[in-house]
Design a binder for this molecule. Sequence first.
Ligand code: NAP
Length: 302
Amino acid sequence: MTAKIISGKEVAAQIREEIKEATEKLTNENSIVPGLVTILVGDDPASRSYVTAKQRTSKELGFYSVQDSQEADITEEVLLALVDKYNNDPKIHGILVQLPLPKHINETKVLLAIDPNKDVDGFHPINVGKLMIGEANFLPCTPAGIQQLLMRSGTQIEGAEVVVVGRSNIVGKPIANILIQKQDGANATVTVCHTRTRDMAAHTKRADILIVAAGVPNAVTADMVKEGAVVIDVGVNRVGEKPSKKDPNRMVAILKGDVDFDGVKEKASAITPVPGGVGPMTITMLMLNTLKAARLANGLEA
Ligand code: NAP
């Protein structure tokens, strides 16, 4: 069997089109423009490129977008005051503080300072708790993107044996939580593996849906996968550099997932590539959360 490729690029483009239409309608009929601020502290090149991509996408979708760049030596107090300013700005519906923050700033304190109604990353403990009890407004973006990839590729989630490799707060735990809910697009039976799991392959081989977020290239190989499984590779590992296609004088990172793609695609029924799988979904779900936040702030249904 050669697996069907689940293209995150295509699914993300489709959802962005839906967000664009919904935004146009909201602006024309209700005079509401979804507003997103991205706060970047310091000038880490990776963080800057993430923030630039988020800004570009939000503008393309017709959002009001603010890029707030701060020096790396900003004090925690000043950063907290800045978050508070945006908490009180009615034109801003979503606040994204790009992580990681410099060492002298307590990240948890900053994330806790974001108004949970503007927490479009879905990391505030109130939103984590709401997800747990099945009442989430904002799902964290990468796991939400994974659920959309499964739903929109026609994967049977209800009743499926799902195995998640990885238990981070941003991917592993929330995707497990999303898929066990008694809700459409969920109702799965979920097992979560991590570095202390005794026999990981024994679990992964049972999976109808295998979601891998370990951050380790080739953590999952073909012998660990059941024939016909749907495999979602969340990993993004920089394994080298190559000249850019657009500008051969510029070097770009060679990216690999956590799954041995060539081997596993011969066994799985569907698989996401890296790049072009989960990656494009993350920013798209951030935009969806911002649109939702704008609707909720104005008393409309999400
Ligand atoms: P993380 O915080 O480093 O967590 C990795 C998890 O995987 C941990 O729970 C760890 O177990 C587990 N793990 C590591 N090696 C393992 C192994 N050999 N067997 C079993 N479990 C193993 O990483 P993360 O933030 O969740 O990210 C995971 C990957 O996804 C990274 O490559 C990251 O770049 C990528 N990512 C992509 C996107 C996207 O938009 N595409 C978004 C977020 C993350 P322990 O808890 O026991 O240490």
